[in-house]
Design a protein around this ligand. Structure first.
Ligand code: ACO
Length: 333
């Protein structure tokens, strides 16, 4: 049987930085409020002509280069995004594939908001274990600034742009394999976090004349509570069902939405501060890109070593959630 291994990681953030002080000039807020309530200090914002696929391509190039796998051997690309280059089609995955010159590969997007990367991981794992694919490029890429209402202080302080990517490959060595990916969703919470305009569920159709921007809306406080509960239960479940103690986890990488959520979940799980990866201060919430960007951070600062166990945990619009137990298994390890 083929197993699926995480071979490499890459990430990219656009140059421009939007600080809390910058936001305080745009809406009624302050660095103090944002820092205290979210832990966010700044976020990166893509240029006007920079698309989600452009961010994804830069992250993918790094992941491919670090994987020891030839670009020609990639046979599938999945992109997790809620801010695609185009509404409906073509998928951002196909645009990234074209920009990378991947040729004939299976390519598609998935929509699972902040859980997107964990969902792509579960799909990649299933395709590889079934023998249908061998080398899969998974990308989480977001230009959330394009769907953020910079008049709404409840949301605009949270989000940033960026991308992360990884190569998942077939291996026959079980030691290298992704141990488990657990995903779920509960649509009854759909209205907590949505982009209500622009789709067929919108009260305004295209002939309405009124351009209804496709902005994110969020019931922040309710989302916060569900997030803490869901993230905590999700981790307990995946650790228990695989008979793994939390102390065996070298790096706990939760979705980077809010430092208070990360802290509450880490504490509830008894994780030490050395185990918990926190990047929210410098990137804000980058939805589907947040987890691979955080993994890339620990890879680039030298704290992620071959063979170490990552525990991923995400939560987002839908509501969706997911967790994964993933050893880092570069090819030359
Ligand atoms: N600056 C100053 N004051 C503010 C701001 C701001 N930016 N935003 C809200 N306030 C005010 C409110 O108006 C309210 O004032 P009031 O008491 O006079 O009514 C007060 O601050 C408290 O508001 P709350 O919404 O209760 O603040 P809370 O502590 O919950 O923090 C936040 C808000 C940061 C949004 C938090 O709820 C949060 O992080 N929620 C979860 C976000 C999340 O995890 N999303 C999931 C993933 S995102 C995805 O899937 C794309």
């Amino acid at each position: 049987m083929a197993y699926a291994a995480l071979r490499s990681i890459g990430a990219y953030v656009p140059q421009k930085i939007l600080t809390n002080d910058d936001l305080a000039k745009m809406v009624d807020t302050s660095d103090e409020w944002i820092s205290k309530r979210t832990g966010i200090k700044e976020r990166h914002i893509a240029a006007q002509d920079e698309t989600t696929s452009d961010l994804g391509v830069q992250a993918a190039l790094k992941a491919i280069e670090r994987s020891s796998i030839a670009k020609e051997d990639i046979d599938m690309i999945i992109c997790a995004t809620i801010s695609p280059d185009y509404f409906c089609m073509p998928s951002t995955a196909t645009v990234i594939s074209k920009k990378l010159g991947l040729g004939n590969v299976t390519a598609f997007d998935i929509s699972a908001a902040c859980t997107g990367f964990v969902y792509t991981l579960s799909i990649a794992k299933a395709f590889i274990e079934s023998g249908m694919k061998k080398n899969i490029l998974i990308v989480g890429a977001e230009k959330l600034s394009a769907i953020t209402d910079y008049n709404d202080r409840g949301t605009c302080i949270l989000f940033g742009d960026g991308a992360g990517a990884a190569i998942i490959s077939a291996t026959d060595n079980k030691q290298e394999a992704i141990i488990d990916v657990n995903t779920g969703a509960d649509g009854t919470y759909a209205d907590l976090l949505m982009t209500p305009n622009g789709g067929t569920g919108s009260p305004h159709d295209a002939l309405d004349g009124e351009a209804n921007a496709c902005f994110m809306q969020m019931k922040g406080n309710e989302t916060f509570k569900v997030a803490v509960r869901t993230l905590t239960n999700d981790v307990k479940e995946i650790l228990e069902s695989n008979s793994i103690e939390s102390s065996a986890v070298k790096h706990f990488v939760p979705h980077q939405a809010n430092y208070r959520i990360i802290k509450a979940v880490g504490d509830a799980l008894g994780m030490t501060s050395e185990q918990v990866v926190v990047t929210v201060a410098k990137y804000g919430n980058t939805s589907g890109a947040s987890i691979p960007m955080a993994i890339n951070d620990i890879y680039e600062n030298g704290s992620l070593k071959a063979g170490e166990l990552l525990l991923l945990d995400a939560f987002g619009g839908g509501l969706t959630w997911g967790s994964a137990l993933v050893p880092f298994s570069p090819i030359d390890s």
